[in-house]
Design a protein around this ligand. Structure first.
Ligand code: DGY
Length: 312
């Protein structure tokens, strides 16, 4: 039997080219098929952040020789259970750092200058004259940026803000980093003093609804909130309330709960909320590199070798 890899969605061609070079068959899950059932016919899996790889999935697919997550975040995978079943798992660190940081930066710029309303105004023919008081936004230069989660992406985003706008950077993280331009502070201090709060932490038990009603109440500078991490890091009901209470200036969200966010959700109606459909890593170069990493990790797993980007 020829070795074959199940891929839960069509991904960048780079992965298919590598598999072809190695004479490995691939199969992309069709819309009506069940990933859990189809996986049983294959020796390895490339899954997406939207696939739930939980205990029941793993029990049904304990034969898998490797699972490669086409994302850096891996909250969709029960890693402890993979470990128990000795199924190696990888993710795609580093290669999407700049792409995601740049998307966070775009959302920040768009939020600070009311781009959503301004674009609608022009497109809908409401632009009748130059308005001295129209769309007054906030300048970012010299503001205080609070970064929650100071790993690769948090640092890259903070560096962009620091270098472009001379922002003062504060952050919360488990460990202190050795940067002269960024200072580790407590959660409450970050909430109180930040003009911008950007989330870059992984989703886990410690970060679930980390930004909640209490956090919003602590915010004293009516910050702009940016989330390119995971939707569940924000208590979304508390966010809606915070917007109604003007506790925050605007929100730029690349991630929501659930995904996709239903069309009728109140967040879409807020003029100061920008929502993008989880496109943090969506650049040609990042997605190509992610595909390459996944393919190489799967090949290592199929050969019984340690995965280069192993998660445990
Ligand atoms: C990831 O890969 O985990 C990110 O969510 C990309 O946006």
């Amino acid at each position: 039997m020829k070795t074959s890899v199940m891929i839960s969605k069509n991904i960048h061609q780079r992965a298919f080219d590598i598999f072809k070079e190695h004479n490995i068959l691939t199969s992309v899950l069709k819309t009506k098929e069940s990933l859990m059932d189809e996986c049983q016919k294959h020796q390895a899996l490339i899954c997406m952040l939207s696939d739930t790889i939980d205990e029941s999935f793993l029990k049904a697919n304990s034969h898998l020789k490797a699972i490669a997550n086409y994302a850096v975040g891996y909250n969709n995978i029960d890693l402890a259970y993979c470990k128990k079943l000795k199924i190696p798992v990888s993710n795609t660190p580093d290669v999407l750092t700049n792409a995601t940081a740049e998307l966070a930066f775009s959302l920040l710029l768009a939020c600070s200058r009311h781009l959503k309303s301004a674009l609608h105004n022009a497109e809908l023919g409401q632009w009748k004259a130059w308005e001295p008081l129209g769309f007054l936004g906030r300048e970012l230069h010299g503001q205080t940026l609070g970064v929650i989660g100071f790993g690769r992406i948090g640092q890259a985003f903070a560096k962009l803000c620091h270098q472009a706008f001379n922002m003062k950077v504060v952050y919360t993280a488990k460990t202190e980093k050795d940067f002269t331009w960024a200072q580790r502070v407590k959660h409450a201090e970050l909430m109180q003093n930040s003009d911008i709060i950007s989330l870059h932490c992984p989703l886990n038990q410690d970060t679930y609804k980390l930004l909640n009603k209490q956090s919003f109440q602590m915010m004293q500078k009516q910050p702009i909130v940016i989330n390119t991490a995971r939707g569940e890091v924000i208590d979304q009901e508390a966010l809606v309330e915070a917007l109604q209470e003007n506790q925050i200036y605007a929100a730029g969200l690349d991630v929501t709960t659930p995904e996709p966010l239903p069309r009728e959700h109140p967040l879409y109606l807020a003029p100061n909320v920008l929502i993008t459909p989880h496109i943090g890593s969506a650049t040609e170069s990042a997605r190509s590199a992610m595909a390459e990493i996944c393919a190489k990790n799967i090949i290592a797993g199929l050969r019984g070798q340690a995965l280069p980007q192993s998660l445990y």
